[in-house]
Ligand binder design. Structure first.
Ligand code: SAH
Length: 240
């Protein structure tokens, strides 16, 4: 069944009206009509089956048939703290990490980032649209938020069961070995450096504040590969 976004699917009357892009897609692109069934998701974990009851004036009205539990949401919450990469790469990182089950993405400005973290509103809005599209495409009911960038020193990783720094110079501990020694992890922060990596003082500061450094393997990955690879490994080990 096709999925569409509808902010309000929890009202008491069970009637939902869609307009704008979603309605255009239903009416003009897919040419759906009265009686057709679709899935509605609210981006916040809610999902339901609905039937189209009328199509008029660029508005589609639907009646909710059944609320369902999303099967695509992971049981572990992973927040990606991604140091700002060069031009364009952030979109790829967002798209792939949403597909792999990330819960939230926090762009980070660190010493070796080219960007100072001051990004335009329009760019942040575009990143969130990339997340929404990816969530819709891969069947998720929740849309991970891409937050405004923070400075490395202002990152808050205190609320997680574990915070992991992907560090290419870590020789003792691999992500795989660490995860196999832990149990009952339900929230993880993962921190990925920019193209130039983290400076020694940044690594020292992160490790000093309780972050655990891990290796992702024997090869040095590009920043846009590292988050994707780390998330795939995490989900492999932690998802039911
Ligand atoms: N400064 C490095 C490369 C940085 S790679 C150099 O040029 O040699 C960019 C980021 O990807 C790193 O900061 C780290 O977070 C992550 N990364 C890349 N390869 C990794 C690996 N094998 N293990 C852990 N993290 C890795």
């Amino acid at each position: 069944m096709r999925r569409f976004f509808a902010e309000e699917i929890n009202g008491t009357d069970g009637i939902v009206a869609l307009c704008g892009e979603e309605a255009h897609h239903i009416i003009s692109v897919l040419r759906m009509g009265v009686g057709d069934h679709v899935l509605l998701i609210n981006g916040d974990g809610g999902e339901c089956v609905a039937e189209i009851t009328s199509v008029a004036d660029r508005t589609v009205t639907l009646s909710i048939l059944e609320h369902i539990a999303s099967s695509a949401e992971p049981n572990v919450k992973v927040t990606l703290f991604q140091c700002l990469p060069k031009q364009g790469k952030m979109e790829l990182i967002i798209q792939k990490c949403v597909e792999l089950g990330v819960s939230e993405i926090v762009p980070v400005a660190s010493q070796r980032c080219i960007s100072d973290g001051n990004i335009k509103e329009s760019k942040l809005a575009r990143w969130n649209r990339v997340s929404q599209e990816a969530a819709k495409q891969c069947g998720r009911a929740s849309v991970p938020i891409v937050t405004t960038p923070v400075r490395l020193k202002n990152m808050d990783v205190s609320g997680f069961d574990i915070a992991l720094l992907a560090y290419e110079n870590e020789t003792e501990r691999t992500l795989k070995s660490l995860l196999r020694m832990q149990s009952g992890i339900s929230s993880v922060a993962i921190i990925i450096g920019p193209e130039g990596g983290f400076s020694p003082s940044e690594v020292e500061w992160l490790v000093g504040s309780g972050v655990v450094s891990v290796s992702l393997g024997r090869r040095i990955l590009r920043t846009e590969t590292a988050g994707i690879a780390m998330l795939a490994q995490l989900m492999y080990e932690l998802e039911d």
